[in-house]
Write a protein that binds this ligand. Structure first.
Ligand code: NAP
Length: 412
């Protein structure tokens, strides 16, 4: 293929190709798309000897040629944290959404090297994460915790792929887009090789708060979360399993005694089975936890609403999968339940499940494994002037992590 872009006359062809839609058979650096496209034989015939003729008839013929060219657009993917709770979802989501995957690299710690993960009827061996793991990768999904992201995301960015990171390490950096596609998908375009995925509880709550904000202008929210143990990873799922089994044998988990073979909590400071813990993440001097403040800080960034205020209590509950959030939101404009329901029913990625008289409202068991979040229990808040109270639930492994990250990749 001629080196079109070495020729200054060819600069405009980039534009033309970008305009008509591009392909990305060969890639390098942090760009996927406009700068990297397959030029077909037909197109080469249109530009003999590198002379550019941008007349209307040439453009017309070029367009026809590009449109009928066989387009190959597949990405070499790496999943960091492939053996984790989120990692496992990445494979399912990429497969289910038919994401164009040319090759899959599954990365985890050394202890998982050689384990197998399933992707599209293929069994892929897990490799130990190394500095060289990102060679020839186009998109790297990170979900292996903050420390791994802090160390390996910069390495990955240098190696070339676009990184979509699930940790909280880079979310609030001014030059890193923090994206929920249904809300601020356009921010993806400003990326410089790294896009952050938001906190899971924040993402699920914003799926309902944002459409209401567009209609009524949100001022502040008061919220309490009910967060599933899978939000703390595979070890926490195992811990709940173990404690439930032990309780059934009348040896309930205890932080102190292990005399009767009682399991001692390891992930959480207290037993989680048959308990609720008003404690998610580390405590700050203010008395809030880090997790609780994410709704305000990340919410403000995602909604482009610097004055957004959120007072949140995050609670861990003995639910395996899917977070729920009880929200009271105060708005600038006068609200009505009917209007709010109409807005929520039309919001992308959200379903209105609000027939309390028939015992129909969102619940973790109903949203687990489901892409859309659900909202219900919509009512006028009796303690706020222009307020609505509602309940939103969503699968945090999906909309709070893997699904949202793949949706971001689909925007690239
Ligand atoms: P997890 O189940 O504990 O999985 C952690 C993953 O990281 C495993 O694949 C683990 O591999 C890998 N890992 C650990 N140490 C490593 C190392 N030294 N080198 C390479 N890989 C290593 O955790 P998770 O729930 O999937 O969460 C992962 C990340 O996603 C965290 O940053 C979390 O905050 C974020 N996140 C989670 C959720 C959620 O609902 N769980 C939601 C949003 C964001 P091994 O099996 O080999 O140890």
């Amino acid at each position: 293929m001629p080196n079109f872009f070495g020729n200054p006359k060819m600069a405009e062809w980039r534009f033309v190709a970008a305009f008509f839609g591009s392909d990305s058979e060969t890639r390098s650096g942090n760009r996927i798309g406009a700068d990297n496209f397959a030029i077909t034989n037909e197109v080469e015939l249109l530009v003999p000897n590198g002379d550019v003729d941008l007349s209307a008839s040439t453009l017309h013929r070029l367009r026809a040629a590009l449109q009928f060219a066989p387009v190959k657009k597949e990405y070499h993917i790496a999943v960091v944290g492939a053996t984790g709770a989120v990692g496992a979802e990445f494979f399912r989501v990429l497969e289910r959404r038919n994401f164009p995957v040319a090759s899959m690299r599954a990365l985890a710690s050394g202890k998982s090297a050689g384990k197998k993960v399933q992707f599209r009827n293929h069994s892929t061996a897990v490799e130990e994460l190394r500095e060289t793991s990102f060679d020839k990768i186009d998109i790297a999904f990170f979900s292996a915790g903050g420390e791994i992201s802090r160390k390996f995301v910069p390495i990955a960015r240098k190696a070339g792929p676009i990184v979509i990171d699930n940790s909280s390490v880079f979310r609030m950096d001014a030059d890193i887009p923090l994206v929920i596609p249904e809300i601020n998908g356009r921010d993806v375009k400003q990326h410089t090789g790294l896009i952050a995925n938001p906190n899971c509880t924040t993402a699920i709550a914003l799926m309902a708060i944002y459409p209401l904000h567009r209609a009524f202008g949100v001022r502040r929210v008061f919220a309490a979360s009910y967060q599933a143990v899978s939000g703390s990873g595979q070890r926490a799922i195992n811990e709940l399993n173990e404690q439930v089994a032990a309780a059934a044998e009348d040896r309930p988990a205890s932080a102190e005694a292990t005399a009767r073979g009682q399991p001692r909590p390891r992930v959480y400071p207290h037993p989680i089975a048959f308990n609720v813990l008003p404690h998610v993440d580390v405590f700050l001097e203010s008395g809030y936890t880090k997790e609780e403040m994410k709704m305000q800080t990340e919410g403000a960034k995602i909604m482009h609403l610097p004055r957004f205020l959120a007072s949140v209590t995050c609670v861990r509950v003995p639910v395996y999968r899917a977070h729920s959030v009880a929200v009271s939101a105060e708005f600038e404009k006068k609200v009505s339940v009917e209007q709010a329901r109409e807005v929520l029913a039309k919001a992308p990625g959200l379903e209105l499940v609000d027939e309390p008289q028939k015992n129909r409202y969102p619940m973790p068991l109903n949203v687990a494994g489901k892409d859309n979040c659900e909202v219900g229990r919509v009512r006028l808040d009796c303690a706020l002037e222009n307020g609505l109270a509602f309940w939103v639930a969503g699968d945090q492994l999906l909309k709070g992590a893997a699904l949202n990250a793949v949706q971001i990749a689909e925007l690239l």
